[in-house]
Design a protein. Structure first.
Length: 365
């Protein structure tokens, strides 16, 4: 059972890029060869220039950034360090490692898988090929979840104040406020008790990026994180340990909401929402490398969203909230589904910074 022991210690985001991925190619192996090799006398500046040229044909929006991150991972430094010391030479091991990473990137392997991590909501998450790479647009879901927790916490505090006020008026304290001698509104000037916290469930948690970011940034929440993939849950548990939020999280293996032991106040989910037939049309670093289980949303992309919506009424507490990431062309369809499932609820579609439909928000009454 989850335990709540207050605000977790703040985890420091790593300043250096490190790669747990072992070398696949061994220079001592006769079959080892690259079409592209760095000059033995190359330094940081020339290595970046050569790699940028090598990746120029790659359909990436950020080839220069890719090069910087990969070289920083090899040298165990940060990107600033690369430009601070462009004259630094690369030894044979570093050259070989960088050559391999660049060639793997040319074959569209995601940078997050190559270096084993990805920044999300200011935190550095362990990422493996068993989980989806977290996207910047999903940070909107985290922001909305935190706002929902703050709203619920305020309502809980108001209810607590009302109860305290009634007790005080029935007490015989000398100042009319009961034995405590303090007015009930003094509770507003103390941090809210975690024992009276919000209960949230993150469905299809993957790497745990959503759930862990919420837990890390708000002390007044306990979170169930579910996933149908045991391998993904193992990654999420490691990330929770890294961010020091394990005491306020419980990881549950199973499909959608079925593993939950009780109803919750908030449900978040970034479920697969890509239509099956559209997956081959995705960029190759997604279509060829990211787990299909985390991408495939069925014939029209909303299969799992429909299933979750049908289950949600039984798993949401009164005045609960549902927050789902959706495809940019699915807003109208999923909003209609939600209105049929939650008659009388406040249903809205939230757009991202690009002006695209991104979240379904259902506020129950």
């Amino acid at each position: 059972m989850m335990q709540v022991n207050g605000r977790p210690a703040v985890s420091q985001r790593r300043d250096r890029y490190t790669s747990p991925t072992p070398l696949v190619n061994d220079p001592n192996n006769p079959s080892f060869s690259f079409a592209w090799r760095l000059d033995p006398s190359t330094n940081v500046g020339r290595a970046m220039a050569a790699a940028n040229q090598r990746l120029r044909s790659l359909p990436s929006e950020t080839p220069r950034l890719d090069v910087e991150i990969l070289l920083a991972s090899v040298l165990n430094t940060d990107r600033v360090g690369l430009y601070a010391h462009p004259e630094r030479p690369l030894n044979a091991v570093e050259r070989t490692r960088f050559e391999e990473l660049i060639e793997r990137r040319r074959r569209h392997e995601p940078v997050a898988y190559l270096i084993g991590s990805r920044s999300f909501f200011g935190l550095d998450f362990l990422i493996t090929p068993q989980v989806l790479v977290p996207r910047p647009e999903t940070e909107l879901l985290v922001e909305q979840a935190i706002l929902a927790i703050e709203s619920l916490t305020s309502r809980m505090a108001m209810a607590s104040v009302g109860e305290s006020w009634g007790t005080a008026n029935r007490s015989s304290g000398p100042n009319g406020y009961g034995p405590s001698r303090y007015p009930p509104y003094a509770q507003f000037f103390r941090p809210p008790s975690v024992d009276a916290g919000v209960l949230m469930a993150d469905i299809g948690t993957g790497s745990g990026a959503i759930a862990i970011s919420v837990a890390h940034n708000h002390p007044n929440v306990m979170i169930y994180a579910t996933d149908i993939s045991g391998e993904a849950l193992a990654v999420a548990q490691k990330n929770a340990l890294r961010m020091q939020v394990t005491e306020r999280m419980q990881f549950l293996h199973g499909s959608l909401l079925s593993p939950l032991p009780q109803p919750v106040d908030i449900i978040t989910a970034n479920l697969p929402y890509v239509p099956s037939a559209a997956i081959p049309e995705l960029p190759p670093d997604i279509a060829q490398y990211e787990p299909r289980l985390a991408l495939d949303g069925g014939p029209n992309g909303t299969l799992l969203i429909e299933q979750l919506l049908s289950q949600a009424p039984s798993y949401l507490r009164p005045n609960g909230m549902l927050l789902l990431e959706i495809g940019s062309d699915q807003g109208f369809l999923v909003a209609e589904m939600a209105r049929r499932t939650f008659p009388g609820a406040e249903v809205s579609i939230i757009q991202d910074f690009a002006g695209l439909d991104r979240l379904l928000r259902v506020q129950c009454n």
